[in-house]
Design a protein around this ligand. Structure first.
Ligand code: 13P
Length: 250
């Protein structure tokens, strides 16, 4: 049985004092859950978030990383740097990075490999635009993104990759994919992984849904056969709302 993994993506929000306050308030609210709880915070919050989340079941992740260990890459942060302060997870290839910062499938693949070399667990985002959905090429787009992202990884690494299926038209728009549509796309992704890495590997991979997830739709989404949790944007900035999503099964 795959675990439900609920990750918040704070994006470019929350100052260190707000992060400390948020995690302090969230801790007792999610202390009893069997679900995995992750908060992916801005770089400037990482250290404070890690200290505040110490000895709790809340895991901390970053939102991006560079694939090189070090060097002349002004403004970048490497996987090695994240690991040395005990960061566990890192989001890679979020659509906002692909869209606004020119992140390609090749960069995504390099970053995932570097994440594993540095002992970080990648949360890899894929998803189609509205135009692609309307053209009926969603399956082709997302399975292609997954194939390129995972190229050259070992079966064990693939098994330890979290994939977040985030249709771009559903991000921050209040529009959620129907639970059937989201489940079908996630099934397509799982089938592609099975085709390349085998059924056993595919059955282990955590595949989340992301895009306007809130407490009112979380349960319905998480009860689908292939949806293993969520990558939550806006709703992860409100403690009670995020806690309700994590505790959807209570
Ligand atoms: P929203 O939940 O705000 O739609 O954002 C989704 C997202 O991009 C998470 O990575």
């Amino acid at each position: 049985m795959r675990k439900k993994v609920i990750a918040g993506n704070w994006k470019m929000n929350m100052l260190p004092n707000e992060a400390i306050e948020f995690i302090t308030e969230l801790t007792p609210k999610v202390a009893r859950t069997q679900n995995e709880v992750i908060l992916c915070v801005p770089y400037t919050d990482l250290f404070y978030a890690l200290l505040t989340a110490q000895d709790t079941n809340i895991k901390i992740g970053a939102q991006n990383m560079h694939w090189e260990e070090k060097g002349a890459f002004t403004g970048e942060v490497s996987g090695k740097m994240l690991k040395c302060i005990n960061v566990e997870y890192v989001i890679i290839g979020h659509s906002e990075r692909r869209q606004y910062f020119g992140e390609t499938d090749e960069f995504v693949n390099k970053k995932i490999k570097s994440a594993f070399i540095n002992g970080l667990k990648p949360i890899v985002c894929v998803g189609e635009t509205l135009e692609q959905r309307e053209k009926g090429i969603t399956k082709e787009i997302i399975t292609n993104q997954v194939e390129k992202a995972l190229e050259g990884l070992t079966n064990e690494q693939v098994q330890n990759t979290i994939i977040a299926y985030e249709p771009i038209w559903a991000i921050g728009t209040g529009k959620t994919a129907t639970s059937e549509d989201a489940n079908n796309s996630i099934k397509d992704i799982r089938a592609k992984i099975a085709e390349i890495y085998g059924k056993d590997v595919a059955e282990e991979v955590i595949i989340q849904y992301g895009g306007s997830v809130k407490s009112s739709n979380a349960k319905e989404l998480f009860e689908m056969s292939d949806i293993d949790g969520a990558l939550v944007g806006g709703a992860s900035l409100k403690v009670d709302e995020f806690a309700k999503i994590v505790n959807y099964d209570e």
